[in-house]
Ligand binder design. Structure first.
Ligand code: AMP
Length: 615
């Protein structure tokens, strides 16, 4: 192992409900802890306040109950998705308004403002950065994890969010790959199949990975985006409600359900270490005094159907990967719900092996990401890691078919070249349509990009068009086309398929650099308003003094530009104010020139400014 550089590098587990940071220190990944020794852990929630500011993390979760429509929870479910991609239960999950921007982007609307999922994620990632920097000092480099099933647009959306928050995103890697790395599975000597069973609060994922000479390949993923520990809590609440009803106690108050949910979670967690517990709730205002005895056996009976469902999904993944359970060499458990010993038992029994459980299941993904960051930053050469692309990439061929150039699960970086010709005479432009997906027809795949290659007219079959697909280490696709006879070339980088244009990214970047995006925006607004007021005042003064020398059209243009700017300054659209300020400066140029000429004339006795030679 070599320590080349002391600059901290971190790994970020950007979770659906919680996010966590780990760093590479003394040759190992460790969770970043604050001065009190608590992990830097931020609930993935943002709440927008009426004054235009926002709060992130626990404060946002607490605000969710009173201001659900102003609070965004689980934004990860929206990343890189169009409205059509969202299942009804995902849509139903959002209490704030969702607006479709394009096929690959749904924004959240709070009051008059809209926020892209990338911006909301950036606000979470920005909070993680602030809290990490409070402990470690300035940090730039980060590896961020995503679920193995995330497609190209979801990965790119995550990368953009990292960039917006001021991180230098070294790499986007798969969560199960990170969890495996945290357990040291994946060094150059490991060879075999790893099953990563991830049961969190609201989601379940099973990934089967093949690790070979430091390369991770996703063989299959299966999951349920609405299955997890929260369901166990709900079942316990039902038991408690039944017991209350049997005693003739009231059960209808919605506040009661929320209190019971918390009591249920406490009881469930207690049963991870105790054989029995009592689920208690004393709520005199609601007329409730609950004392429900629960044993591990009770919990197991409740959990059985949920665990059966996860095991069915495990079997499904094995079938997809054409593997038998005996071919699985390692089992890794991830997610808070795998702390229940019964989960170890059932999952271990299914796979016929003891799971890796030495690390905190909530922290393994962040730790693995930090290990990968350590590798990329050159802090260690013990591990080598390559990831794979999740979906096949190809181009449209005549008749609406898709030819795949790079197959799903190819290790990245990877490159393929294929040669094509034209079936018609005198074609002068070849349309290249880049697609992603496993299906054969264009209509069933996701369109990533289109571009044109212009070539000189030739008879059918003569052009020799070489198309190259290169997927770089981040999973970003670069496509180029070369007609070999004429040397005509065209190429594109397939960005931003998540629906944010480069321009929008730049605009957001300008508004929101490293730290609190909103702070920067508000500061910029104040600066812009001040500058605008100064320019308006100066222009009006000069117009009064020198305006007679301008044409009536020039005077009107200046007056109108000043009025527009003044009106816009009453609102909070920084970009619009900036544009109006530029417009006023432009319209006032003849006026400024007049002033300069007069000043120059005054001091140079009659010489015009544009005649003065500047040496
Ligand atoms: P995650 O989404 O990975 O943070 O997992 C959160 C879920 O883990 C929630 O449903 C928690 O109730 C559950 N959880 C946390 N700690 C424990 C524990 N000690 N035993 C059982 N479940 C737990």
């Amino acid at each position: 192992m070599t320590d080349r550089d002391d600059a901290p590098v971190v790994g970020i587990d950007l979770g659906t409900t919680n996010s966590l940071v780990a760093h590479w220190v003394d040759g190992a990944p460790q969770i970043v802890r604050d001065a009190g020794g608590h992990p830097v852990h931020v609930p993935s929630a943002v709440s927008y306040l009426p004054d235009g500011t926002y709060v992130v993390g626990q404060a946002a979760v607490e605000r969710a109950a009173m201001a659900p429509a102003e609070t965004v929870l689980s934004v990860k479910r929206l990343m890189g998705q169009g409205l059509a991609d969202l299942r009804p239960e995902v849509r139903g999950h959002f209490a704030c308004e969702l607006v479709e921007v394009d096929r690959q982007r749904v924004d959240v609307k709070v009051g008059e403002a809209t926020y892209s999922p990338q911006e909301v994620s950036a606000q979470i990632l920005g909070e993680l950065k602030r809290r990490t920097e409070a402990v470690l000092g300035p940090v730039q480099d980060a590896v961020i994890t995503v679920p193995a099933y995330f497609d190209d647009s979801q990965r790119q959306a995550t990368r953009t969010a990292g960039k917006l928050a001021g991180w230098n995103v070294l790499r986007i890697i798969n969560e199960p790959t990170a969890a495996s790395l945290a357990y040291g599975l994946g060094d150059k000597h490991t060879d075999g199949v790893i099953a990563v069973y991830d049961l969190g609060g609201g989601t379940f994922d099973l990934s089967l990975l093949r690790v070979q000479a430091g390369t991770f390949r996703v063989l299959a993923t299966c999951g349920d985006t609405f299955l997890g520990g929260d369901d166990v809590d709900r079942l316990l609440v039902d038991v408690a409600l039944k017991s209350l009803a049997e005693k003739g106690l009231p059960t209808a108050d919605p506040r009661l359900k929320a209190r019971l949910r918390a009591a249920a979670e406490r009881a469930k967690i207690a049963l991870s270490t105790e054989a029995t517990t009592v689920m208690r709730l004393r709520e005199p205002t609601l007329g409730v005094n609950l004392e429900l005895e629960l044993s591990r056996a009770d919990l197991h009976t409740l959990m059985d159907p949920l665990l059966e469902r996860t095991l069915e999904l495990c079997q499904q993944a094995l079938t997809t990967a054409e593997l038998t359970v005996e071919q699985v060499d390692e089992l890794v458990l991830v997610g808070g719900s795998t702390r229940t010993p019964y989960v170890h038992e059932r999952v271990g029994a299914f796979f016929g092996r003891a799971p890796h459980v030495g690390l905190d299941p909530d922290q393994v993904v962040a730790q693995g990401a930090a290990a990968q960051a350590g590798i990329l930053a050159g802090h260690t050469s013990d591990l080598l890691l390559l990831d794979v692309i999740p979906l096949s990439l190809g181009i449209e061929t005549y008749g609406g078919g898709v030819t795949k150039l790079i197959m799903a699960n190819s290790a990245i970086p990877t490159q393929t070249t294929e040669e094509y010709s034209t079936p018609k005479d005198n074609v002068t432009a070849i349309d290249l349509h880049v697609l992603q997906g496993e299906r054969e027809l264009v209509a069933d795949c996701r369109s990533l990009a289109r571009f044109k290659l212009r070539i000189p007219p030739m008879p059918a079959g003569m052009p020799q068009v070489e198309v190259t697909f290169l997927v770089d280490a981040d999973g970003i696709l670069h496509v180029s086309a070369l007609e070999k006879r004429s040397g005509a070339e065209a190429s594109i980088e397939v960005t931003p398929v998540h629906g944010l244009t480069e321009e929008e990214i730049d605009t957001i970047m300008a508004d929101s650099i490293t730290h609190a995006l909103e702070d920067v925006r508000v500061h910029q607004l104040i600066d812009l308003r001040n500058e605008s007021a100064t320019v308006i005042r100066a222009t009006q003064r000069t117009l009064k003094a020198e305006g007679a020398k301008l044409t009536p059209e020039q005077r009107t243009a200046i007056t109108e530009a000043a009025a527009t700017l003044e009106a816009l300054c009453k609102h909070e659209d920084n970009q619009a104010i900036k544009a109006a300020l530029e417009e006023l400066n432009k319209q006032a140029e003849p006026l400024a020139e007049l002033v300069l000429n007069r000043v120059a004339q005054d001091s140079l006795s009659g010489k015009r400014l544009d005649e003065i030679e500047v040496s």
